[in-house]
Design a protein around this ligand. Structure first.
Ligand code: SF4
Ligand code: SF4
Ligand code: SF4
Length: 170
């Protein structure tokens, strides 16, 4: 049967809810919700311990805890193949207005953590600077989010313009 994502989203109260950050390689959201048995094997197996569960009992990645190393362990242990490591990861990092540098407090923590060198700072007036993220260079690993002292890193995907919930500081 042809799926109707909008209708399903409406019926399940999911309209306008930000897209959840599922483990890397997870099937598209609707297929993932159908396939995942909520066994928790991915979460207990993740070496970074960054997988927790949403209110529906489905696994979500929290990059404010630590970066994802894209090790594929979560995919390897997922018996129903709700996570398939052949698939990509299209989350990319950005920043919200609570960024310390944007508010005149010098901080380059995210830039220092970014192996991909995807973050640059553009100087502005009043001792402020704007963090600029190169979404082509960014791998979405979350090293910046885990390190950010003000929890200012946000994530977005091409699938959803809604930013994922603000990453919390650790
Ligand atoms: S790819 Fe590895 S580090 Fe990333 S969520 Fe899966 S198990 Fe954890
Ligand atoms: S291992 Fe697979 S089926 Fe089990 S909770 Fe994780 S995603 Fe769901
Ligand atoms: S998510 Fe990773 S690659 Fe992207 S800006 Fe942050 S540290 Fe760099």
């Amino acid at each position: 049967m042809h799926h109707q994502p909008e209708r399903r989203a409406f019926l399940t109260g999911r309209i306008n809810r930000p897209l959840a950050m599922r483990p890397p390689g997870a099937l598209d959201e609707e297929a993932f919700e159908d396939a995942c048995t909520k066994c928790g094997d991915c979460a207990v197996s993740c070496p970074q311990d960054i997988i927790s569960f949403d209110t529906d009992g489905l696994p979500t990645v929290d990059l404010s805890v630590a970066e994802c190393t894209f090790c594929n362990v979560c995919a390897e242990v997922c018996a129903p193949k709700a996570i398939d490591y052949a698939d990509g990861w299209d989350w990319r990092a950005g920043v919200d207005k609570t960024c310390l540098s944007a508010n005149g407090v010098t901080c380059r923590t995210c830039e220092d953590q970014c192996d991909a060198q995807a973050i640059r700072f553009k100087l502005q007036t009043g001792g402020r600077s704007e963090a600029q993220f190169d979404s082509d260079a960014c791998t979405g690993c979350g090293a910046c989010a885990a390190a950010c002292p003000s929890g200012s890193i946000t994530f977005f995907t091409k699938k959803s313009s809604n930013p994922e919930g603000k990453a919390k500081s650790c």
